[in-house]
Write a protein that binds this ligand. Sequence first.
Ligand SMILES: [Zn+2]
Length: 93
Amino acid sequence: MKTKTRKQPGRPAGPRDSDLETIQNEIVAQTESQHLEDWVSVDCPYCGEGIDVHVTSEQDGQSLYEDCGVCCRPVSLWISVEDDEFQVEACRS
Ligand SMILES: [Zn+2]
């Protein structure tokens, strides 16, 4: 019975180039600081005609009044910004 004793080559216990994952934390730009503006077309709640409203991101969560250019009645507009898109709701004021 032969027993071979092999001497293991001494391995340096240094750091290996293992798969070190570099986790990047992407800093999402705050949409609050972004200035957005757009023209949004809404339907007049009185006559159904389209009204072009100029909205900006500063008006997020605000409501304003716009007179319909066709029937001249005051339209209440509720402006909100979601995912860089304007949502404008028109209702009778
Ligand atoms: Zn109208």
